[in-house]
Design a binder for this molecule. Structure first.
Ligand code: Q9C
Ligand code: ZN
Length: 354
């Protein structure tokens, strides 16, 4: 099929299972604030892409096998998430009963971890307070990862590119850690699948550093991880994402961090983006995974970069022009009412459609 014709659309995997993971609050310096990572993010993106006729939507019939997830994650962490999700009301009741406060239980029954050990250990896998577990969380997380797996699958079967409308997002989830609204690392799981083609590059253009992805492939010379993100000296996740972090063991040089300061202008951002692209070309991967965050937008409520809608078309066009088998994975982006326009701009660029 001619890539440049007008009916060209991108296969996009979606499931409504994410609607059952819907925390309402996060904790910010002693205050409860509305949860930024809202269900409407994905619904707005989907509706805008459908209205612009840019996508062919597909819904998986069933979840991926846990074995596929275990390529990227510790089995104990997966069990922990499944168990807490299945027993969330009991877990919360147990915590309150220690303090004889059962009568105080109200709210929407999400388990918020309260201890964040420096090294995740059995039963302590969550490293921040914005990643709660509710009864729909495990199924939503499994299905989010399944969208990544299915996207990789169609690319393995010859489709040039595919998009996974993942929610929850994934790039802050490490091999044995969950945080930053993330539980399973969808992009990393897609990358493991795409290894059947050869070496894989992951380009992470979410506003935040993909500390989970960096962790998972730290020692793996077959997967290049390139991140463009807010300098961790200034922004989440704070402890990782510095330029000096370059990979471990035989993989030194296959992790590239390109931190940028708050307020970076679009031209400087694009210059850094092109540096990332040059490194990917030099690596000569057989496939590409894009961790696609829209929190680089100038109006994003938690990101402090200044991209505007048309810049996403440029990003999409230049990534697509690499000509690699590519899976796009939805990550962050919190400017609810503009997310659709960003996605439409990006995929117009990817598909070279006006
Ligand atoms: N004032 C992703 O974009 N901290 N995660 C939020 C808001 C957590 C972002 C604080 C940010 C996590 C996938
Ligand atoms: Zn982000």
């Amino acid at each position: 099929m001619d890539r440049h014709n007008d009916t060209n659309r991108i296969i996009t995997f979606y499931s409504n299972a994410h609607l059952n993971h819907s925390p309402q609050i996060e904790f910010l310096h002693g205050q409860n604030v509305p949860y930024f990572e809202k269900t409407s993010r994905i619904e707005n993106i989907r509706k805008a892409l459908q209205a612009a006729d840019l996508i062919n939507l597909r819904e998986p019939e069933k979840s991926a096998d846990v074995a596929v997830i275990e390529q990227a994650h510790d089995a104990g962490m997966i069990d922990y998430l499944r168990n807490v999700s299945a027993n969330v009301e009991d877990r919360i009741r147990d915590s309150f009963s220690i303090y004889h406060m059962e009568d105080e239980i109200k709210g929407d029954n999400y388990f918020y971890e309260s201890i964040f050990p420096p090294v995740p250990s059995p039963n302590f896998y969550i490293y921040d307070s914005v990643s709660p577990i509710g009864k729909g969380t495990y199924d939503a997380v499994m299905m989010s990862a399944t969208l990544a797996v299915e996207s990789a699958e169609v690319v393995l079967n010859g489709e040039k590119q595919a998009f996974a409308l993942c929610r929850p997002p994934g790039h802050h989830a490490g091999r044995r850690s969950m945080g930053g609204y993330c539980y399973f690392n969808n992009a990393s799981i897609a990358a493991y699948q795409l290894k059947k083609l050869g070496n894989v590059a992951i380009l992470d253009i979410d506003y935040h550093h993909g500390n989970g992805t960096q962790d998972i492939f730290w020692d793996d010379p077959e997967v290049l991880v390139v991140n463009i993100h807010a300098d961790p000296k200034m922004d989440y996740p704070y402890y990782a994402g510095h330029a000096r972090e370059q990979g471990g063991g035989s993989a030194v040089g296959t992790n590239l961090n390109l931190p940028l300061p708050h307020g970076v202008d679009a031209d400087q951002y694009l210059e850094t983006f092109r540096q990332a692209v040059r490194r990917i070309l030099q690596f000569q991967p057989s496939a590409l995974v894009v961790s696609l965050g829209f929190d680089t937008y100038q109006g994003d409520p938690i990101g402090l970069f200044s991209l505007d809608i048309p810049h996403y078309e440029t990003l999409g066009r230049e990534i697509s022009a690499l000509g690699l088998p590519t899976v796009y994975i939805q990550e962050g982006g919190y400017a609810i009412d503009q997310l659709g326009e960003m996605a439409v701009s990006f995929f117009r660029g990817v598909l070279e459609r006006r």
